[in-house]
Design a protein around this ligand. Structure first.
Ligand code: G1P
Length: 300
């Protein structure tokens, strides 16, 4: 029996990336504000986190991300105008995006030195407690939010946990990859972890997806960590060091569909998929999709 604290209430959300894959859109709009249907990308991550019991958020930002700070603040003029015109439903939607004062902190990562470095930048706001890391580019749809599934599993296991998913063998170079040990239903004990191995070198095709539950020892490791893959300080390497030190690390095969919204194709797939799931958009969009697929086939 252990007395370690297994309640996860804080999340680090790295949002410092330049979003160059979406230029010119991201020239003046942070990537995280780009919309999937009518909600910014970041809102999906926040809703998932709040459903998992996260109460405090630490955003690791960079220059040009002030639209994100405004987004989570109250909008008194807009709210008053909606109230006056009796648009109660919209007002509720708007108010659900506000975060209480003090529930969100913003830390600057002043150089793009990698995901491990971004997480390390938040170290002073994490006490001796487990914390989540959420990468908002990975949008995961499912009946139970991915992070909630993980928080529940973590209450049983402790250690460190990463969301995991099989990827095609030729895509391992885009992910952190687990060296797979013992398998227990959805949990996999990790024997090792490598950042972006080439197809021939990957220990498996079980990839890390952007949801993590970590313990403060990872932050200590990051203190002195050197650059790894791509010349960046990698979170994967700090987690691998946990394994090497004999601490338990698990992959969690989550239930749900993951969209890589860091890529244009993934962003479009998520847009279509979330729109089809919306009763107000479903019929018109599915009729349109059927029609263009049909016309497309005829043209082939
Ligand atoms: C990051 C991590 C990688 C992980 C991926 C998941 O990579 O470094 O280990 O598999 O997120 O989306 P990035 O996509 O930022 O290059």
């Amino acid at each position: 029996m252990t007395n370690e604290n297994r309640k996860v209430t804080k999340a680090i959300v790295p949002v410092a990336g330049l979003g160059t894959r979406f230029l010119p859109a991201t020239k003046s709009v942070p990537k995280e504000i780009m919309t999937l249907v009518d909600r910014p990308l970041i809102q999906y991550a926040m809703d998932e986190a709040r459903e998992a019991g996260i109460k405090e958020f630490i955003f690791v930002t960079s220059r040009g991300k002030s639209a994100l700070e405004n987004y989570f603040d109250t909008a008194p003029v807009l709210e008053a105008s909606l109230r006056e015109s009796g648009k109660t439903e919209l007002l509720e939607v708007l108010e659900s995006t506000n975060l209480e004062s003090g529930a969100i902190a913003y830390i600057r990562q002043n150089k793009p030195r990698g995901l491990g470095h971004a997480v390390w930048c938040a170290r002073r706001l994490i006490a001796n407690e487990p914390f989540a890391v959420i990468l908002p580019d990975d949008v995961i749809a499912g009946s139970k939010p991915c992070l909630k599934q993980m928080v529940e599993a973590y209450e049983q296991t402790g250690g460190a946990m990463v969301a995991a998913m099989e990827v095609p063998a030729d895509q391992t170079a885009s992910y952190g990859i687990l060296d797979v040990g013992e398998e227990m239903n959805r949990l996999v004990r990790a024997k090792g972890m490598v950042e972006k191995p080439s197809a021939g070198e990957a220990p498996s095709n079980l990839a890390v997806i952007g949801r993590y539950i970590l313990t403060p020892s990872v932050l200590k490791t990051l203190d002195g960590q050197e650059a790894g893959s791509g010349g960046e300080i990698q979170l994967t390497d700090a987690i691998a060091a946990e394994i090497d030190a004999g601490r338990p690390v698990y992959g969690f095969r989550f239930e749900g569909q993951r969209f890589d919204c860091g890529s244009k194709a993934g962003f479009l797939q998520a847009t279509v998929s979330f729109a089809l799931a919306r009763p107000d958009l479903h019929d018109e969009l599915s009729a349109f999709l059927r029609e263009i697929v049909h016309v497309g086939r005829a043209a082939e």
